[in-house]
Design a protein around this ligand. Structure first.
Ligand SMILES: *Cc1c(COP(=O)(O)O)cnc(C)c1O
Length: 227
């Protein structure tokens, strides 16, 4: 448990060094699912200033306990429709929006609250059947859709590439994402500003940064293996 602060420091150092090599800056999102408020605070002590949660209920509990005080909070998990109401307006960024329907629900809730919810579009870069994320071929259609969803502000793209023991394969997916990101940045869509590219986890965040990620989501390398 005491190691969490030290792990966090080391990961931040490595991420910043990778960003410096790539000529960018990087935000390390500590993926804190299944870790309690005490663990989250240890990561904060180690310098983490952004946390990512996968489940709305878990996020609500830790939010009540002050786990994220002084830090930003992202939602990075699969978002169920019946949880949209509880989530919108309480996080700085929802990273995992992958359908027009979900975008509309978030937009409607944000509008009712008198706010605008920043979101990322999750891309299923590996085209895996069982995975969430919009297929790359349908990304433009979804970005176009944002023009009619005034309660959201699209800030960029997120992906979880297929698990592959061969790093070169993962890197190829990262490169495809960078290309998509650059292509989409060159187009004009209402309610869309392409600034965030979120990719890379414990095993590959340095490669992701080298391929253009400016946000990485790191869990087990900070908090230890999840049970
Ligand atoms: C858990 C999780 C991560 C971090 O995974 P690690 O391999 O533990 O670093 C990143 N992104 C998402 C969406 C996650 O759910």
């Amino acid at each position: 448990m005491e190691n969490i602060s030290e792990n966090a420091r080391r990961i931040l150092d490595r991420a910043r060094a990778a960003a410096e090599r790539a000529g960018t800056r990087v935000t390390v999102v500590a993926a804190s699912k299944m870790n309690d408020t005490a663990a989250v605070r240890l990561a904060y002590e180690g310098g983490i200033r952004c946390f990512g949660e996968n489940r709305v209920q878990e996020l609500e509990t830790k939010l009540r306990e002050g786990a994220y005080d002084g830090a930003k909070l992202h939602f990075i998990g699969h978002l169920q429709r019946n949880k949209v109401r509880a989530l919108v307006g309480r996080v700085d960024l929802i990273e995992s929006v992958d359908s027009a329907e979900l975008m509309d629900m978030i937009s409607a809730r944000a509008t009712a609250l008198g706010t605008v919810q920043p979101i990322l579009i999750e891309v299923n870069i590996g085209g895996e059947a069982a995975k969430s994320g919009v297929e790359p071929e349908r990304l433009e259609e979804l970005l176009e859709h944002a023009g009619g969803a005034p309660g959201v502000s699209v800030r960029g793209l997120m992906t979880i590439p297929p698990r592959d023991p061969e790093k070169e394969k993962t890197v190829r997916y990262f490169e495809q994402m960078r290309k998509l990101f650059v292509d989409m940045s060159g187009k004009k869509y209402d309610n869309v500003t392409m600034t965030v590219l979120s990719m890379g986890m414990s095993g590959d965040f340095e490669e992701a940064i080298a391929c253009g990620a400016n946000t990485v989501r790191v869990g087990s390398a900070i908090f230890g293996q999840r049970r």
